[in-house]
Design a protein around this ligand. Structure first.
Ligand SMILES: *[C@@H]1O[C@H](CO)[C@@H](O)[C@H](O)[C@H]1NC(C)=O
Ligand SMILES: *[C@@H]1O[C@H](CO)[C@@H](O)[C@H](O)[C@H]1NC(C)=O
Length: 465
């Protein structure tokens, strides 16, 4: 997590990071439960959406999935901090029109950016049938967005009491009738809409609406992070709810639980196994073929010499030795140290013609470090680079395949993990407390000791604002 170790992280990001584009996942074979329809809403194919889709493919029901609103502007208001999401209801209602009289068809609705499936459709449907509900909503610990409704809820002896609309399953005819009860504006709140229906005794009875109080199917994480534990059974990670002794099948990082979701998402849905390590890390990677240098993405290497630095010649040798075709590399060098001018000059004279292009900023140009870092990125964009490698002269590239390997990973951003030898200190945060302080994640020590490698993903909609 990028917290108040920000300066260190900033530096580490600055000295080594690569920006790349993503590839598309291929489709999985047909699903088990053919008749069930799974609906979700997504305007953008965010990293969170990709993670959702990946889990759908892992459990093999891509053919059942209907994605609503993709590529269209989001009309449901700012749901990060305020109520909203009526748009989801209106999209779903339209999609369900053709099934409005179908009393047998089961439909499952979930959000997508912050949802991961932990099991297949047949298991989900089986548990739904066990509840004897016609419509089953997920449940959470907070009554939101209207706290005053809390007292209107039926009492529960055990389990989470309040409705969460991020996940529900039910019969098409009942769900449609519920959606059709009233008109809702796109920017009104969907959870309030469903809550209002649920709190009317007559409607609750007629449609047999129930809540999944004990997370038999749906696990909402907000306010329930301490309820769950990541466990392994053989090669597969699963989520155990230790309060209700259930193993939920759909995980929802609602409210302020996105970081915990990201952390769990590194393991769940067969993303990581004890023997094979990070399986998801190999998905969507590419292999660059040495015999086809023209296929290598064009990268700009930005080099920053901001302080007098020992072993600068060796540093440049390591840059030169990178096993990446120089015809696919732009160079950008910022040097503020007059003492180093001759070394930089020599390197530039001897090698710059081999690169696609080379540009250097001299100490006499008087350009500050901050401006130089901005300039380097602008230069990268100007050259229409597909990736950007930023490296400070204090860092040495020991592995000549580093750049090739990083590009083959096809990640949006890759930054190094820095540790202090024999200390638990590192630049990586595995978890964060609700009030923004450092917290040690369950996998922190294993990650910094390099015994466990995960994706460490930061889905794009949660990047720092
Ligand atoms: C989707 O992406 C576009 C362009 O990046 C942005 O304007 C829009 O707000 C995004 N929508 C959501 C729901 O994040
Ligand atoms: C690289 O390309 C050559 C020529 O097309 C091909 O013979 C070889 O198998 C390729 N190597 C890999 C690792 O794909």
């Amino acid at each position: 997590m990028f917290g108040d170790k920000g300066t260190t992280i900033g530096r580490c990001l600055a000295w080594c990071c690569v920006f790349l584009t993503y590839h598309v996942v291929s489709e999985a074979p047909a699903a088990d439960v053919n008749d069930v329809l799974v609906f979700t809403v997504a305007s953008n194919e965010t990293d969170g959406f990709q993670r959702y889709l990946r889990s759908v493919e892992v459990y093999r029901f891509r053919d059942n999935l209907r994605i609503l609103g993709l590529g269209e502007p989001w009309k449901g208001g700012n749901v990060v901090n305020y109520a909203g999401g009526g748009y989801k209801i209106n999209l779903l209602k339209k999609a369900l029109e053709e099934y409005r009289n179908d009393e047998k068809k089961i439909i499952l609705f979930t959000d997508s950016y912050d949802v991961i499936f932990l099991g297949g459709l047949s298991a989900i449907v089986e548990r739904f049938l066990d509840t004897d509900a016609r419509v089953l909503f997920s449940a959470e610990a907070y009554c939101w967005p209207d706290k005053s409704l809390a007292t209107h809820y039926p009492a529960v002896s055990r389990g989470k009491r309040y409705l969460n609309s991020g996940g529900f399953i039910g019969y098409a005819s009942d769900v449609y009738e519920i959606l059709d009860k009233a008109l809702i504006k796109d920017e009104d709140d969907d959870q309030l809409f469903y809550t209002t229906v649920y709190l009317q005794d007559e409607l609750r009875m007629r449609h047999k609406i129930k809540l999944d109080h004990k997370s038999e199917i749906f696990q909402n994480l907000f306010g329930a992070v301490a309820d769950v534990e990541l466990r392994f059974k053989g090669e597969e990670a699963y989520l155990q709810n230790i309060v209700y002794n259930t193993v939920p099948l759909i995980l929802h990082g609602n409210g302020h639980s996105k970081l915990v979701l990201n952390s769990l998402g590194n393991y769940l849905a067969r993303a990581w196994t004890p023997n094979e390590g990070c399986l998801a890390c190999w998905e969507q990677t590419i292999e660059l073929n040495k015999t086809k240098p023209g296929m290598y993405p064009v990268i700009l290497i930005a080099i920053f010499i901001e302080h007098p630095t020992p072993f600068l010649e060796e540093f440049f040798q390591a840059i030169y030795r990178q096993a990446y075709p120089k015809s696919r590399l732009h160079l950008f060098i910022h040097n503020t140290v007059p003492y180093h001018e001759s070394v930089v000059y020599d390197f530039f004279e001897r090698t710059s013609q081999e690169y696609l292009s080379a540009k250097q900023i001299l100490p006499s140009d008087g350009i500050s470090e901050v401006d130089a870092r901005k300039l380097a990125l602008e230069h990268c964009l100007l050259k229409e680079c597909s990736g950007y490698l930023s490296i400070d002269a204090v860092a040495h590239l020991d592995n000549e395949h580093m750049l090739k390997l990083l590009v083959e990973q096809q990640r949006g951003i890759v930054a190094p993990l820095l540790i202090r030898p024999y200390k638990a200190w590192s630049n990586f945060w595995g978890a964060i407390t609700d009030d923004g302080f450092y917290a040690r994640s369950f996998d922190y020590m294993e990650i910094i000791k390099n015994e466990r490698r995960t994706i460490l993903s930061f889905p794009s909609q949660y990047k720092l604002q």
